[in-house]
Write a protein that binds this ligand. Structure first.
Ligand code: SF4
Length: 402
């Protein structure tokens, strides 16, 4: 089997696994008290009521707002803890009529209450999660802390609740507030949704989420989180009203996080498309910088890197052109070289699977089997028959960490 045939087989397998596990790792919106009536008795979102007005805005708008704050916070060190924190603080604030997704200004107007609730809920989550987190991460429970900031080295823990509260909670809430203010005399019941959907493609929207001069979140959000937001908005919660190709299930790039990167590295996806030396030159692999004398894989550095082997598969060449011009819409001309993170889009195009399914599959394997140490659960892993690390090159597992 050629490298490309192998990559195709692997991508389809992962997408199939993801399609069977959809939503397993997404925020549980049904647990948010002010949104409960958006769901039926079985916990399914009532899609035919997404345009019903709730307060001043549509339900679609309110859910999209929650996902925005959620995705910004999702960069923290313990995702289950982060999700509890947002859920518990939201519920506590709404019980006090501080309706931060309906009226973002409430968060700042009642800043003392907002900050108290963040501190209080953080303390109770720490009691619940610190020991579990410490065991999983080989750390000390006293180090459990969900407050974080961005540094040149990546995400770092901080102690100051105002830094965390204003930068991480405040910036996305200000985006929503500014959009409300900018409505002016126009009539709108979903200014955030209208803003998101005015871009030619969901991929462009993801870039503007960070970079837009007026509404961009800037350093409050990373590339991965922008792509995760699009995945939730288009694929997981299906909130988009756009039906054109720019908003299809192949119209955004996969949010490459450390779980995804580890699975793609160990299975041989990355090494089928470029050599270990290429990855070292790109600083995707950073020698001796991983835990316990291993090499560190900095997955975010893969973005924009080009495939280094020849692709002579007619379907992929044709699909790649389609993806670039009609779905991602990020270029007017097709580049001469393929970008690695866009290969899943080209492989899955026009199949029954989207890149969201592919990402769901990566998260499932990465969090349940392919642990970030030298003894992943290969025996039970649904990729074990295909995986290069398991079957041919154990160094890919032993010597690298994300
Ligand atoms: S077979 Fe093992 S190394 Fe390969 S993806 Fe599964 S858990 Fe990871």
């Amino acid at each position: 089997m050629s490298n490309i045939e192998f990559v195709k087989k692997l991508v389809f397998r992962i997408a199939k696994i993801g399609a069977q596990r959809k939503d397993m790792d997404s925020p549980l919106l049904v647990d948010i008290e002010p949104f409960r009536h958006f769901f039926d008795s079985k916990g399914n979102l009532k899609y035919n009521e997404l345009d019903v007005i709730d307060g001043a805005w549509t339900r679609r708008e309110i859910l999209a707002r929650y996902l925005l704050l959620s995705v910004v916070l999702d960069q923290g060190p313990d995702i289950p803890g982060v999700r509890h924190l947002l859920k518990n603080v939201t519920n506590a604030l709404y019980r006090k009529e501080i309706r931060i997704f309906h009226r973002p200004l409430d968060f700042f107007r009642e800043l003392n209450v907002s900050i108290d609730e963040i501190l209080d809920k953080h303390n109770s989550i720490k009691k619940l999660r610190a020991k579990i987190w410490a065991k999983l991460n080989n750390s000390n429970p006293s180090k459990y802390n969900l407050f974080f900031a961005q540094s040149p080295r990546g995400i770092v823990s901080i102690s100051q609740v105002l830094d965390y509260g204003i930068h991480r909670w405040g910036v996305p809430l200000c985006v929503l507030l500014l959009l409300e203010k900018d409505i002016g005399d126009r009539e709108s019941t979903q200014p955030f949704v209208e803003y998101l959907e005015r871009f030619k493609s969901s991929e462009i929207m993801s870039k503007q989420l960070k970079n837009h001069e007026r509404y961009g979140l800037g350093s409050a959000i990373g590339d991965k989180a922008c792509h995760l937001f699009v995945k939730w908005y288009v694929h997981t919660f299906n909130l988009s009203t756009r039906e054109d190709e720019g908003w299809s299930k192949w119209s955004f790039e996969v949010p490459f996080d450390s779980n995804a990167g580890r699975v793609l590295f160990r299975t041989g996806f990355f090494t089928s498309l470029a050599s270990l030396e290429d990855y070292e030159n790109w600083e995707v692999i950073q020698r001796d910088r991983g835990k316990g004398k291993t090499h560190y894989i900095r997955v975010t550095n893969i973005r924009g890197k080009k495939v280094q082997v020849e692709i002579d598969d007619g379907d992929i060449i044709h699909n790649y052109k389609e993806v670039i011009l009609n779905h991602l819409k990020i270029r007017k001309r097709v580049p001469t070289k393929f970008e690695i993170q866009q290969i899943p889009n080209a492989i899955l195009l026009n199949s029954k699977y989207g890149v969201g399914d592919f990402d769901d599959g990566l998260i499932y394997v990465g969090t349940r089997f392919c642990f970030n140490h030298d003894k992943p659960d290969c025996k039970n892993c649904p990729l074990s028959d295909l995986c290069l690390g398991k079957n041919e090159d154990p160094e890919l597992i032993k010597n690298y960490r994300t």
